[in-house]
Write a protein that binds this ligand. Sequence first.
Ligand SMILES: [Cu+2]
Length: 152
Amino acid sequence: MIRTLKRVGTILLGVGAMLFLASVVLAWWPARGEERAVTIVARRFHYTPNIVRVRRGDVVTIRLVSEDVHHGFYLDGYEVQTSALPGQDGVVRFVANRTGKFAFRCSVTCGAFHPYMIGYLKVEPDYRFWGATGAVLALFGAAFIAVGTRGS
Ligand SMILES: [Cu+2]
């Protein structure tokens, strides 16, 4: 009886410690978004680069530079926008908190092929976060097995 109680106590202590560790890691990782500064050059009728990759949680600052006429930048899904004239850059800043592929397009009519002026923002999952979560769960499992087999 006492032995069983001791064993339950040890398991609960282990579980408690692991949950604490897990919560620390879970709280810590998502906050580790990096500052990402990207300059996008707009020119009739394309953006350079037209594919921007960031990680979820990153704080993204996009500077829009126009090399010819007034161009816009409107990001679908995030609903943020800016515009730029030659010599007058547009800046937009946001937290990439949604994963997926989002189109950004010119929001200022700039000529015949204006509707085709498009690029993509790819927000990838933060694998470091899932890696850390996996590591904690693996540790949890290992500790549980170690505690469970010791008593028998
Ligand atoms: Cu344009």
